[in-house]
Design a protein around this ligand. Structure first.
Ligand SMILES: CC(C)(COP(=O)(O)OP(=O)(O)OC[C@H]1O[C@@H](n2cnc3c(N)ncnc32)[C@H](O)[C@@H]1OP(=O)(O)O)[C@@H](O)C(=O)NCCC(=O)NCCS
Length: 167
């Protein structure tokens, strides 16, 4: 299928409830089978609670981008400076429009921001069992740098690869 034309806009405070809902919809479609329902609920609350998103919007080291196709919000990409590196922290595309180039366009947008700021690479973390996402990241020039297990509280861990894309 052909690539979709998207418009990328910064997330603003009035967008927060819609971003939280979109995140839940995409996570419910993507993560069963990779992590438990309890961990999905815990991580959604931890990362997409409204107060958390309002705080992210005020953080000068974070950028929240959202993608629209014909007026419909179809995905988002959050990036940040993390331990001195430029990190793509979240990339989520609605299942209806996956595999139509939206993720690739958001990666290009974020990579351009990192390049302009003088960073040598963009990094990200992805669950080791999330093969679809790992394939997409490989396609867009990321390779695996390391393997990590992070304790995220309440007995949950993130069993991830760290990937990097040289700029
Ligand atoms: C992973 C994700 C961000 C990729 O975005 P996207 O817009 O679907 O990706 P693009 O269309 O730009 O790139 C597609 C490439 O990704 C890979 N890919 C995407 N969906 C795939 C699938 N179902 N099976 C295998 N590979 C897949 C392929 O390499 C594909 O290239 P191809 O279509 O030429 O074979 C998106 O699918 C998504 O949001 N997935 C669910 C949530 C998630 O896992 N997010 C990442 C968390 S770290």
């Amino acid at each position: 299928m052909s690539s979709l034309t998207i418009e990328i806009r910064p997330v603003t405070p009035p967008d927060v409830p819609a971003i939280a809902l979109l995140a839940r919809e995409i996570w419910q479609a993507s993560y069963p089978g990779i992590i438990t329902q309890e961990q999905i609920d815990f991580m959604l609350e931890q990362r997409y609670g409204h107060e958390r998103l309002y705080d992210d919007l005020e953080d000068l080291h974070k950028w929240l981008d959202q993608a629209f196709h014909e007026g419909r919000r179809v995905g988002f990409a959050f990036s940040e400076i993390y331990k001195g590196e430029f990190k793509l922290d979240k990339l989520y595309i609605h299942p209806d429009v996956q595999r139509r180039g939206v993720g690739g366009q958001l990666i290009a947008h974020v990579a351009e921001r990192a390049r302009k700021q003088g960073y040598p690479c963009v990094i990200l973390q992805v669950n080791k069992r999330n093969e679809k996402a790992i394939n997409s990241y490989m396609k867009y020039g990321f390779s695996i740098r390391a393997s990590t297990v992070d304790d995220i509280g309440q007995g949950y861990v993130m069993d991830d690869f760290v990937m990097e894309k040289k700029l």
